[in-house]
Write a protein that binds this ligand. Structure first.
Ligand SMILES: [Mg+2]
Length: 364
């Protein structure tokens, strides 16, 4: 396929979460920033991608605009894998794990959507052997650090049909309050975003083991790529998960060889896109390790994750960020049934961004 144009836009949509907007990140978090990528071929087909945005959307977009777009426009891509490897080589001086890979991820995703559309097939059918088109999600709550608000949001998510939850709490009091509020009815996972040191990780793991019904503990320690330290925390009762801050199959393979975790968590808009994600799935299959993708996205990154989950049976459950956006970048209603999503036979990722919403919330 010959690429006519690569277009990038940052869409920033406010959201509410029932809390104070404090928490996971060092500054207030109350908007969803998406680096939206549109790739068009010379036949007029369009592919959509999403590169990791959040608070660094401008940096990610800059890499696409200044380093990737000039190389890709006017070129012919016969193999997206080969394009990914070539682009990674060309840009490796700018960092193997971080913004450079986020930028490559978004363009890679758009190329795969384009490729599937040209083939007239839904993305999952060109990615793997799986046919599981009904995908379950868990509600991934933001951090409230409040023993009343967090349990109330847990109950709201259960009332809306979610049957598993993830907390981003780092203190045991709100974690225990949420566990009590759900009365152990549903599995709860705990994501601390690398906040604990080894001593508190060991102490808190002991408490989580005693609580029971904890489905996994995510990114307990810093740095997230300390595979030996992660390995030392593994235990029979509370599985350890990590991976949203690892990039490329190379790093995931090293983590799996080190026995770092029980579940890996690649993020399609960070890890190197669908090409690297697919290689990770094959490596995970060889290591017989389950995959819990990181996907707190509302754009093409969420849809791409659903298609990967349909294509690869070792994908266990998809993350759904439990917040209320002011508008939907992509209207998910046609494929949504409560906490489940059902993929159609539409080609590519199946749905496209709502251009009116893009224009309303366009940042640059
Ligand atoms: Mg996480």
């Amino acid at each position: 396929m010959k690429i006519r144009s690569v277009q990038t836009r940052i869409v920033e949509i406010p959201f509410t979460d029932g809390g104070k907007g404090q928490g996971i990140t060092p500054s207030t978090w109350n908007t969803l920033e998406t680096v939206l990528i549109r790739v068009e071929d010379t036949d007029g087909n369009i592919g959509w991608g999403e590169a990791f945005g959040y608070f660094i959307a401008d940096a990610t977009r800059s890499v696409v605009e200044h380093r990737i777009k000039p190389l890709l426009e006017g070129s012919t891509v016969d193999s997206i894998d080969a394009w990914s490897q070539l682009t990674q080589r060309q840009l490796h001086l700018f960092g193997r794990y971080g913004v450079t890979m986020f930028a490559i991820s978004g363009v890679d995703m758009a190329l795969w959507d384009l490729y599937a559309k040209r083939a007239g097939k839904p993305l999952y059918k060109v990615l793997g052997e799986g046919e599981k088109t009904r995908l379950s999600t868990y509600a991934s709550l933001v951090r409230y650090n409040d023993t009343e608000v967090a349990p109330a949001v847990c109950r709201k998510a259960l009332d809306e049909g979610f049957d598993s939850l993830k907390l981003h709490e780092i203190n045991m009091a709100p974690i225990e309050a949420c566990h009590r509020a759900t009365a152990g009815q549903v599995p709860i996972s705990v994501d601390v975003n690398c906040s604990w040191d080894m001593a508190s990780a060991r102490d808190n793991l002991q408490r989580l083991r005693q609580m029971g019904n904890i489905s996994w503990l995510e990114e307990p320690i810093f740095p997230p790529e300390d595979f030996a330290a992660l390995n030392s925390l593994r235990n029979p009762q509370v599985p350890i998960a990590a991976g949203e801050n690892w990039c490329t199959e190379q790093q995931f393979r090293q983590a799996m060889q080190a026995g770092a975790v029980d579940y890996i968590q690649p993020s399609v808009s960070k890890v190197g896109g669908i090409s690297e994600f697919r290689h990770i799935m094959h490596t995970a299959e060889r290591h017989q390790i389950g995959v819990l993708p990181h996907s707190p996205y509302f754009g093409p990154g969420f849809l791409a994750t659903l298609h990967l989950a349909a294509a690869f049976p070792q994908m266990l459950q998809v993350e759904y960020l439990y917040v209320d956006p002011a508008a939907w970048l992509i209207d998910l209603q046609p494929i949504r049934q409560g906490a489940e999503f059902v993929l159609s036979d539409q080609p590519g990722i199946g749905l496209a961004p709502d251009e009116a919403v893009v224009q309303q919330f366009l940042r640059s």
